[in-house]
Design a protein around this ligand. Structure first.
Ligand code: F6P
Length: 361
């Protein structure tokens, strides 16, 4: 029997379980394969004894509707920069990819489901001779090479439902409601939510905003008697000549933590003469949790089936992707060098402006 290992790395995301189920179901039709899941990304393979779960059809039955990942995950134990020991209160990190390669030698294929950080690990392992396939995951939708990642649409749906609810209070109290969404350095969640939910203002990392322009926009809206406004702001947005709002990430995390920009904007608006009453909502991890919507289950399932197809044909060193409605595969090198941002001069921003959304530019 050949052995296939599945890992889920980075932040959790709606649809991860649907990918796992699709891989296990595909492989069950080919009797040559046993499938294992590594618990908490690569930690399960690295630990002694290994912490693996045998993934049978029974084990994955019905999991496509569940959020999170049955394999658990971690975004603080990157094998390329692994926390080794603490000396005088300072952590020392080492690249332990060679050790990981040794531990993976018993597997005939690895399917690594994760975002940009995870796919960088896939790329390194692949270059060191491990047969790896990547599956793109992130609610941020910022992975290059794929039109969509699963989890994104669920996050947008949750954010849009929340914005719809905020409109009730905005309208009833004549308030300005600011809603902060995730997305790191890309504004995909914010743009889709603002468009779907009919926000007046959408602030994204790709377009630094002028506070005065937003105030003018809000005052003009109040002047014609609309009496309320909604603003969707991405956590990575910043004013012209300003900086993003961040704090230290969790221990061993590669990322600073973004967040708090809704409160900063509220303050800025008041300081620049906005007279309306303002309230702030930070959606946070609510938009990353819960059951995946149908599209994400569908996309995750297509990705899982495609990933196993690549395993069967020994077409390793690639990440599955969706491009123009086709499920394809692309070499890791195409994925790992940058993030996918919204084109500032593209049709989506143009369309949003035509229907009256202000980006504060
Ligand atoms: O990448 C997904 C994401 O949810 C980002 O949108 C957000 O900035 C980050 O992860 C939050 O990470 P954590 O769960 O470690 O706080």
């Amino acid at each position: 029997m050949k052995k296939l290992l599945i890992t889920t790395g980075g932040g959790d995301c709606p649809g991860l379980n649907a990918v796992i189920r699709a891989i296990v179901k595909s492989s069950s039709a080919d009797e040559n394969w046993e499938v294992y899941g590594s618990v908490e990304a690569f930690e399960g393979v690295l630990s002694d004894p290994p912490n693996l779960i045998e993934l049978s059809l029974e084990k994955v039955a019905g999991i496509h509707v569940k959020g999170g990942t049955i394999l658990h995950t971690s975004n603080t134990k990157n094998p390329l920069n692994y926390p080794i020991k603490q000396v005088d209160g300072k952590w020392h990190y080492e690249d332990i990819s060679d050790l990981l390669v040794q531990k993976l030698k018993g597997f005939d294929a690895v399917i690594n489901i994760g975002g940009d950080g995870s796919q960088r690990i896939s790329d390194v392992l692949s270059k060191k001779g491990i047969p790896v396939i990547g599956v793109p995951k992130t609610i941020d939708n910022d992975l290059i090479g794929t039109d969509y990642t699963f989890g994104f649409q669920t996050a947008v749906q949750t954010a849009t439902d929340s914005l719809d609810k905020l409109v009730s209070t905005a309208e009833s109290h004549h308030r300005v409601m600011i809603m902060e969404v995730m997305g790191r350095d890309a504004g995909w969640i914010a743009l889709h939510t603002a468009m779907a939910g009919g926000a007046e203002v959408c602030l994204i990392p790709e377009i630094p905003y002028s506070i005065d322009k937003i105030v003018t926009r809000i005052q003009a809206r109040y002047a014609v008697g609309k009496g309320f406004a909604t603003i969707v702001i991405a956590e990575g947005a910043k004013p012209i000549n300003g900086t993003v709002i961040s704090s230290l990430g969790s221990l061993h995390s590669e990322h600073v933590r973004l967040g708090g920009v809704a409160f900063a904007l509220s303050q800025q608006l008041k300081e620049h003469g906005c007279t309306a009453e303002i309230r702030e909502t930070v959606l946070g991890h609510v938009q990353r949790g819960g059951i995946p919507i149908a599209f994400d289950r569908y996309l995750a399932t297509l990705f899982g089936v495609k990933a196993f197809e690549l395993v069967q044909s020994s077409d390793f060193g690639k990440m599955v992707a969706i491009r123009g409605n086709k499920i394809v595969s692309i070499p890791f090198q195409e994925v790992t060098n940058s993030t996918k941002k919204i084109e500032v001069d593209g049709f989506e921003i143009q369309a949003a402006k035509i229907i009256g959304i202000s980006f504060g530019d």
